[in-house]
Structure formats: C-alpha cells, structure tokens
Write a protein that binds this ligand. Sequence first.
Ligand code: NI
Ligand code: MN
Length: 232
Amino acid sequence: MKIKWLGHSAFQITTNNYLKILIDPFISNNPVAPVKVEELAADLILVTHGHQDHFGDTMEIADRTGAAIIANHEHSVYLSKQGFEAMGMNIGGSTKVQDIKVTMLNSNHSSDMDFIEDICPGGSSCGFILTMENNRKIYHSGDTGLFGDMKTVIRDVYQPDIALLPIGDLFTMGPEEAAIAAHWINPEIVIPMHYNTFPQIEQNPLEYAERVEKLNPNIKVVALEPGEEYEE
Ligand code: NI
Ligand code: MN
C-alpha cells in the first residue's frame, strides 16, 4: 500500500488492490498541494469534518471521478441535497468498502460547514481507522486536541499500525501534545500532518520526531514532503 501526503491533512492511500482513497482532499486552495485537483484519482473520499481545509474539493472530485463519499451524518444530508450519494456514518460505526473496513472515531474539535455562506452546523468532527486487506490499520485523527481515547479506545481496541497526527498547533495539537498522542496510541509509524501549510502552523517535523523518540523510541516518525509517499 502507498500513503501519499498531499499537504495539510490530505492523503491519497492506494491499497494493494489499487483502490484509491482520498482523506480530507483540500487541494485547490492548499498552497502546498503537489497536484492539481483535476488530476487526482479517487474511488472513495473520506471527510473528517466540515472545515474548508478538510472538506476542500470533495464535491468537485466526486463529481468528476464518481468516487463514493463517506462523512458524518450531517455532511451526508448536506451532500445528498447537492445531488451526491454520500454514506453518512457516526462515531463508533464501521462499514466496508470492497476489502477495506472504515471505522469512524471521535476527535476533539468542531465541525461547522464553514464553506457554506451561512455557517451551518456539521455534526461532530471525527477521525478514521482504515483496516486494510492485510489487516494493517491506518489511523487518520482528523483535527484534534490530545484526548483520553487515544490511550484507551484507540490504542487498546483498534491498535493502529500507522497514525497520521496533526502537529501544527493553534487549531490542533502542537508538537508537544502530538508527541504524547503518539506515545499513547503507540503505533509503529507516525506521519505528521496539518503543519507548514500556512505561517500560523509552521513546525519543524524533525523536532517533533525527537520529541517522540524521547517518549517512545520504538515509534518511527516518517515526515513526508508534500507529494511524497510512504510505502509498505
Ligand atoms: Ni478543523
Ligand atoms: Mn484543519
């Protein structure tokens, strides 16, 4: 499988069976996006919450590619009113898309649909666990602060192998909290996200890696450049 970082919290995951999954496809207004939105392939789009730096180009990409959309219930209602077939889920639920299991989990954030003119409540923000065909588990936390589920539900029940965690601070955890999050979740690999998109969330991923190393030397921090992939 390949996990390509598209900058910010946007990732394109290509499964061993060539399913292309986009998470939080914020591309056209993303100053560090390494691709043009019209070039992106997708079979499935997952949206963690309604902020425009996550919902991003979901509708444009789904329209062009016919990709299925998974989001929370409130977003699915909005999307169906726009003519899209979105699968609404809620916290704790799972569904299968071909051979991939998608589980929606809590995050500690907000989720108004701020891309709509009159800001619209968008339910709860969330994270996702993807259970791949070989049983490897990828956790995308969405935007979040440090919260207790990371050392209980997420670590003990779901045991992710790879965690994608925000380190940018201001809107989410900063590097200090995100290092503790990595320690609590205890995955093999952490890929930092939600940093260096804008000046307000500038961070040094190498400093983050040092913080994680100090707390738990068994965790490997893989800091990608936008457009770069982690492959296994
Ligand atoms: Ni947000
Ligand atoms: Mn965000």
